[in-house]
Design a protein around this ligand. Structure first.
Ligand SMILES: [Zn+2]
Length: 257
């Protein structure tokens, strides 16, 4: 499932490719996508990301809010031949953008109102005061708290494992027991890791590909995720895999305390 860096990668590439462009044709292949109104003739004025939602702003007023969910991807193609599992196509002067989505969970909604700011996106807009008031004191382990989209938008299993490893904090620790210094380490490392992953165009462990069908390169930067049994690159201990909230957690019991 794409997380914040993957969605940001797509968003940046889309912005460069279609911003200012006119949608010459908009074709819906999947009738499950009932939220798309006819966008033919509209001009894209901006493409922005909030959490894991991509918003395509149109000069005519409305905007399209897209959530990729599990397997949704955008691909740019020069030719108009329809890729397998494509659900939607937008045609521009020099090529086509296809929404390809084998599991068909991605959603698109066209609305008039500008979407509200979300204030829990670590890269674009984060209200620390609200986070500490509402979430920091919860009696839940820090791994599951960071995975909760109500607390922090857009980060999932891979990046949370990496953030806690780099911060040297045990995923089993209760959020309630974290000191101010530890929270600072979490936020500093979270931003550092997410920015690096955006630079590397996301993590391609399974099926993630960018707008041009290329793999990201952040999988080579991972120091905890998927490395169970291997040597910890911080302390020389051994990375362990456990289950938390039904998901695998990778961490080093020696340097994450
Ligand atoms: Zn270690």
């Amino acid at each position: 499932m794409p997380e914040l860096p993957e969605v940001e990668t797509l968003c940046r590439q889309l912005r460069r490719k279609i911003s200012g462009g006119k949608i010459l044709d908009s074709k819906i292949y999947d009738q499950k996508l009932t939220g798309i109104k006819n966008l033919k003739g509209c001009v894209v004025s901006a493409v922005e990301r909030r959490g894991k939602t991509i918003t395509i702003f149109l000069a005519e007023g409305p905007c399209a809010l897209i959530h990729l969910r599990m397997t949704g991807r955008f691909f740019w193609q020069k030719d108009s031949s329809r890729p397998k599992h494509s659900r939607w196509k937008m045609t521009f002067k020099d090529g086509h953008v296809f929404l390809v989505d084998p599991r068909r969970f991605a959603t698109i909604n066209v609305q008039k109102a500008t979407p509200e700011k979300i204030q829990n996106d670590l890269i674009t807009d984060f209200d620390e005061k609200t986070f500490f008031e509402k979430h920091a004191g919860r009696r839940v382990n820090i791994k599951n708290l960071l995975m909760d989209p109500r607390a922090i938008a857009g980060i999932g299993n891979i990046y949370v494992c990496e953030i806690l490893h780099r911060a040297g904090i045990s995923p089993l620790k209760s959020a309630l027991d974290l000191s101010g210094e530890e929270w600072k380490k979490i936020f500093t490392n979270a931003r550092r890791i997410l920015k690096k992953a955006i630079e590397k165009r996301g993590t391609s462990i399974s099926d993630w590909r960018d707008l041009y069908g290329r793999k990201g390169e952040n999988q080579h930067e991972l120091k905890a995720y998927g490395r169970d049994g291997k040597r910890c690159l911080v302390c020389g201990g051994s990375i362990r895999r456990i289950k938390q909230g039904g998901r695998s957690t990778f961490y080093c019991p020696d340097c994450q305390t």
